[in-house]
Design a protein around this ligand. Sequence first.
Ligand code: DAH
Length: 351
Amino acid sequence: MSNVSALEGLREEALAALAAAPDESALEQWRITFFGRQDGRVTALLRAIKDVPASERAAYGASANAVKQELEGALEGRREALKQAALRALSTESALDVTLPGRPQVIGRLHPVTQTMRDCLKAFGDMGFRVAEGPEVEWDRYNFDGVRIPEDHPARDMWDTIWVNTLIDGKRHMLLRTHTSPNQVRVLERTPAPPVRVVVPGKCYRQEATDATHEWMLTQIEGLAVDEGVRMSDLKGVLYEWSRQMFGQDRKIIFHHSYFPFVEPGVEMAIDCFICRGNGKECRTCHGTGWIEILGAGMVHPEIIETAGYDSSKVTGFAFGIGVERVALLRWGIEDIRNFYANDIRFLSQF
Ligand code: DAH
C-alpha cells in the first residue's frame, strides 16, 4: 500500500469513527486515537514524512497535512453538532424547557406599620420637626417621675409596666418604656435653650392582655414643640395638617378634654369617621359616635418646662402621642391589631 493510499484509508476510517462518536467522552477517545502525541495514528503518519523517499516526500507531506487539517476541522464540527443535539434534546424531550422565563423573585416590602410610620414622619418633617430617638429600656425617672407620674400616683395604673428584674438599692428602676413621652424630658434636658421641635418614634411595651385593639408591644410617635409663644392653636394646626396628610384632605378633627399628667390642658383628638361618615349607628370603627379617637395631646406642663431650665412665664409648648398601629388599622380598615405581628406573609404582602 502506497503511503498516499494509507493516508486516504486512515482519513476515511477517522471520519467514520467521528461520525459514530456519540458524546464528548467518545470525542476525547477519538482525539487520543488519532492525534495523541505519543501513539496517535495521524501523528505517526506525520512523523513518517521523513521516511518517505525524497521524490514523493513533498506530495506526501502536503496530503498528510491536508488530512490533518481536515480531521481537526471535522472534530470541531462534530463537537458543535453534538452540543446542538444535546440542547435540542433538553428542550424537546425532557421536562425542562430552557426557553421558559425564569421564576419571578419574591420582592420584599416595608411592614405596614413601618410604612405608616414613615408617612407620619414625612408629614411632620415637612412641618419642621426633626426626628430624635430614645432608649426602649428606660429609667423610671424618665418614664414616670419626669413626666409627673410619681410613685403611687394613680396614673401609673394607666400603664401596666414590664419591669426589668434588676434591683438598685433594693428597688426596680429599669423598665421597658410604656410610652415615648419620657423623650420629652430627654430632649429638653439636652437642649440648652428653645426652640425644640421633634418627633420621637419608637416601640413601647405594656403588660397587657392582647385583643383586637391591644398588643403588648406598640409603636408610638411622640411630638414636642417648645418655644416662646407656642399656643394650643399651633397644636391644632399641626395635628390637623397631619390628619389630612394621613387620612385625606376632607378630614375633620375634634378635641375633647382628657387627662395626662404631663400636659395641661390635656386633650384627646378624634377624626370624623371616614368609614360610616357619621351615618352608621352600628359602625364598628366609631361605635356610632361619628368620631374616632386617635391620639392624646396637650400643652406641656409648666413644671416640665421649668425642670428643663426654661422660663415657663415665657416659654410654652405642646406635646402629642400617636399610636402608629392604630393609624395603620384605620388607614387600611384592618380589624385586628394582632395581624401586624403574627408574621403571616399573606397578610403582610397586601400592603
Ligand atoms: N404618652 C401617652 C400614652 O402613651 C400619650 C400622650 C398623651 C402623649 C398626651 C402626649 C400627650 O405627648 O400630650 O398614652
